[in-house]
Design a protein around this ligand. Structure first.
Ligand code: ADP
Ligand code: MG
Length: 362
């Protein structure tokens, strides 16, 4: 029996860009797939195809046993979507936004009120509930959007970078909500740039880069496959990072991963402690000062580096997440465009609001 989400050979090009280059996915019912990849990898494109907002050039996909191309209306009735760009109505208050969504889902007025209150509480929005959303910070909008996506619990949920722009406390709160949702039987496809998040929430992970799935498995499987321990070096002087990368790559068999922001380099520790000693000796001989060096167990970050030669987290987005209190707004480089087809169900009605032209400027 196919899973709750099943996709085969999805291809989507935008001009010269092959946003998706033959993607296969299978998400068994009641499980969480983490679609992990850097900015521009094709995550949002995949979500838009699976939620019927975009037609693939080729390929085939089913959600909840329904064909996204031939049964889009039925698919829309079976899914929930929280898009990468908050789909809140700026001129309504938080409370009004949630009640409106609840009414779109045909809840009675009393149930809509009750559900809205519950969710406002859940997402730490109770105090701001009666302010118009226009005055919300980026993190608050994001939380309101997530709350709206959770007004009803559809059998299949899509969340596109749900915690980008959230501070750590709210990220944690959302993780709890997601766990409850899944415990209740919902199937979830979650995209993220945060490896820790995939590690925490996903039953299985598909790593996507340049429109292709380059690895899949559980977090443990991916870590094992990346081949054991890594040597990690933090270089004192940013101007010596490139030289250090060359040394690491020469001494080890693997490609060195670099995070220029933190001056941190990692390389698979083929040969273990022996490599560590060689690295220390060579860096010393080259007069490259280091702040820290060590041998450690791989994280999913290391897996990503060993697969792609770079880190998955976009420093700008990470800075946004850290700056929620300062009211920074998450910004995306790829503003969503209009859906191919008309919106039908409430999920699509909400989803299509992500096409608000103002979204692109945030
Ligand atoms: N509507 C569009 N028009 C042109 N290019 C697009 C459009 N949507 C996405 N792309 C391009 O497709 C690639 C994948 O984008 P996207 O799926 O948004 O990646 P992700 O969500 O992983 O950051 C990127 O190179 C992006 O610029
Ligand atoms: Mg995206």
């Amino acid at each position: 029996m196919p899973g709750a989400i099943h996709a085969e050979g999805l291809v989507k090009t935008f001009g010269d860009v092959r946003a998706l280059d033959g993607v296969d996915l299978d998400v068994p019912e009641g499980t969480v797939l983490g679609l992990l990849g850097p900015n521009g990898a094709g995550k949002t494109t995949a979500v838009r195809i699976l939620t019927t907002l975009l037609h693939p050039d080729s390929g085939h996909a089913e959600v909840a046993g329904l064909d996204v191309l031939t049964q889009p209306n039925e698919v829309r009735r079976s899914i929930g979507l929280s898009g990468q760009f908050a789909a809140v109505d700026e001129y309504l208050t938080g409370r009004e936004n949630l009640r409106m969504v609840a009414r779109l889902y045909q809840l009675s007025a009393a149930d809509a009120r009750r559900r809205a209150d519950e969710l406002l509480e859940r997402f730490n929005l109770a105090e701001a509930a009666d302010r118009i959303a226009k005055n919300y910070s980026g993190g608050m909008r994001r939380r309101l959007d997530l709350a709206a996506a959770l007004v009803v619990s559809p059998p299949v949920m899509f969340m596109d970078e749900p915690t980008t722009g959230l501070d750590p406390r709210n990220r944690q709160a959302l993780w709890e909500v997601i766990k409850e949702l899944v415990a209740g039987g919902t199937t979830l496809l979650l995209t993220t740039q945060y490896l820790e998040e995939a590690d925490h929430l996903a039953d299985s992970i598909a790593v996507v880069d340049h429109g292709r799935i380059i690895a899949r498995g559980t977090s443990d499987e991916l870590k094992r496959r990346s081949g054991g321990d890594v040597v990690e070096v933090i270089v004192r002087d940013a101007s010596r990072v490139e030289e250090t990368r060359a040394v690491l790559t020469r001494l080890s068999d693997g490609e060195a991963g670099v995070d220029t922001h933190t001056r941190r380099l990692t390389v698979p520790a083929v040969g273990g402690a022996k490599l560590l000693v060689e690295v220390i000796r060579e860096l010393d001989a080259a007069g490259i000062a280091i702040d820290d060096i060590g041998l450690r167990r791989p994280t999913l970050d290391d897996v990503f580096i060993s697969l792609t030669g770079r880190t998955a987290e976009d420093p700008d987005l990470a800075a946004d997440a850290a700056g929620e209190a300062a009211d920074t707004h998450p910004h995306g480089k790829n503003a969503p465009t209009a859906p191919d087809g008309g919106a039908a169900g409430p999920a699509a009605a909400r989803a299509s609001r992500t096409t608000n032209p103002e979204e692109g400027s945030r």
